[in-house]
Design a protein around this ligand. Structure first.
Ligand code: ZN
Ligand code: ZN
Length: 98
């Protein structure tokens, strides 16, 4: 079986993922806000899933969901792109990154 690995391009956090997309079947009928790398939660029996990360909408690099690496604002952006396009984000986001 091929092992799929997600690696964040910023913090280099890496782990195996079970699914990429917005409808992880093992999690029931949920629909994610974005296409993301998802793994089954190994600590619970009920179909939970953990979102590991996704691709930056702008530069397409893979980034984890950590606040230090990416930001979700209708789409996922890595913090590098957030800095580059800061003027296009609402002021509350601009205040977070100064
Ligand atoms: Zn990261
Ligand atoms: Zn980016």
């Amino acid at each position: 079986m091929a092992s799929n690995k997600f690696v964040c391009s910023r913090c280099e956090f890496g782990t195996k993922y079970d699914y990429f997309g917005d409808k992880p079947k093992f999690a029931g009928n949920i629909m994610l806000m974005e296409e993301a790398y998802v793994m089954k939660d190994p600590f619970t029996e009920d179909n939970r899933c953990i979102i590991l990360g996704s691709h930056c909408f702008s530069c397409k690099k893979s980034v984890c969901v950590s606040q230090d690496c990416s930001l979700f604002y209708s789409k996922r952006f890595c913090l590098l792109c957030v800095e580059k396009h800061l003027g296009e984000f609402p002021s509350e986001i601009q205040m977070v990154k100064t």
